[in-house]
Design a protein around this ligand. Structure first.
Ligand code: TRP
Length: 353
């Protein structure tokens, strides 16, 4: 039995280097739980689309979850969950490299060296890190390793000398930092060791949560997961926030900024249906119930093939394991080659005199 078909990708000739070899993507997630719809439209969709034109490294960043230090079971579980989600959405592990970060300890080594040219202020000013640390501090304390994670992300990206980093928009400060650090390193050693990578943000940069909160996230309990079954989706959509100013179905409603319509735009391919619902909503001629029923149907249709592939891989764990093992082994070879370049640039061959 072979896995169900994955989504085909478009072709784009800009991804080939001078020698015809593919340019590289490195991107990833932290293993903190299963992936949700926000991950899909914010980033995953781009990964799926670009996986044939670029040589892709998909990283599970298990060094970077020190905020879960007291819940390592969750980290262990999540490494597997993320791999299953990636396989389910159609990231082809035979044409890309699924990588577990800690199986490539060179990431830690490069982070250490890069820290030499990274002023504390660069991390302190990073707006994403700042707000995450504020959240953590409010709940307890911030581990040293957490403060350092954006620098390790820089090392992740520079390790395969990636050209492109498709991510959610909260990650943009980290990509900017990567460019800055690559530039500093190259200038310092007067050679092009690292390319300056570009960021690429998805179709919906930041999907609102089902509660209308600014961001869908597991910790806010406002997420619809890629692995949610039909009943769970129906129930979550039924409970979604809509237009708070609208009390009756006959009141004229607001479409703009309304989570239910943001999701319709993102996941309902039937634009005629969506436009009709919007018109009637504004005119006070449709109730939330109908809008939500149609939304739940669209999301379930979107998730069905993903669920089917997930079921396949859940019952073939040996394929999941092989993907992680093969990708990590390959990534380690690439990492060792890069570290040889780094040592060469830095001339750390202390014994050779
Ligand atoms: N920090 C990213 C996140 O929280 C995950 C990540 C780790 C990453 N290393 C990366 C993303 C390298 C892109 C490239 O989502």
């Amino acid at each position: 039995m072979t896995p169900p078909d994955s989504t085909p990708s478009s072709s784009d000739s800009s991804a080939s280097g001078a020698g015809g070899e593919r340019k590289r993507i490195l991107t990833g997630v932290r293993p903190t739980g299963a992936l949700h719809l926000g991950h899909y439209v914010g980033a995953l969709e781009n990964w799926i689309r670009l996986q044939r034109e670029y040589e892709c490294f998909f990283l599970i960043a298990d060094y970077q979850v020190s905020d879960y230090a007291d819940d390592f079971d969750r980290v262990r579980e999540s490494v597997w969950e993320v791999a299953l989600d990636w396989l389910a959405v159609g990231l082809d592990p035979n044409n890309s490299h699924y990588t577990i970060e800690s199986l490539v300890p060179e990431h830690a080594e490069l982070t250490t060296w890069l820290g030499w040219w990274t002023p504390l202020g660069m991390l302190e000013r990073n707006p994403t890190l700042k707000s995450e640390m504020a959240d953590l501090e409010a709940r307890g304390s911030v581990p040293v390793a957490f403060f350092n994670y954006p620098l390790m992300q820089v090392a992740n990206i520079l390790m395969p000398k990636a050209h492109l980093v498709p991510v959610g928009d909260d990650q943009l400060p980290h990509i900017e930092m990567t460019r800055e650090i690559a530039r500093r390193f190259n200038r310092k050693f007067d050679r092009e060791v690292f390319p300056e990578p570009d960021a690429l943000v998805g179709r919906v940069a930041r999907l609102v949560g089902t509660d209308g909160d600014a961001k869908m996230s597991k910790s806010r309990n406002n997420a619809i997961f890629l692995k949610d079954d039909e009943d769970t989706v129906n129930q979550k959509v039924r409970g979604m926030f809509t237009d708070p100013t609208r009390l009756r179905a006959t009141d004229p409603g607001h479409v703009e900024g309304n989570p239910v319509f943001i999701y319709h735009d993102a996941f309902n391919p039937d634009t005629d249906e969506v436009n009709d619902l919007k018109e009637r909503y504004v005119a006070g001629k449709v109730g939330d119930v109908e809008v939500k029923q149609k939304l739940a149907k669209a999301i379930n249709a979107f998730l069905d093939p993903i669920r089917e592939r997930r079921r396949y891989f859940e019952s073939h764990p040996e394929e999941v394991r092989a993907a992680l093992e093969r990708g990590s082994t390959y990534s380690r070879e690439v990492a060792q080659a890069t570290m040889a370049d780094v040592r060469d640039a830095m001339q750390t061959n202390y014994l050779a005199r």
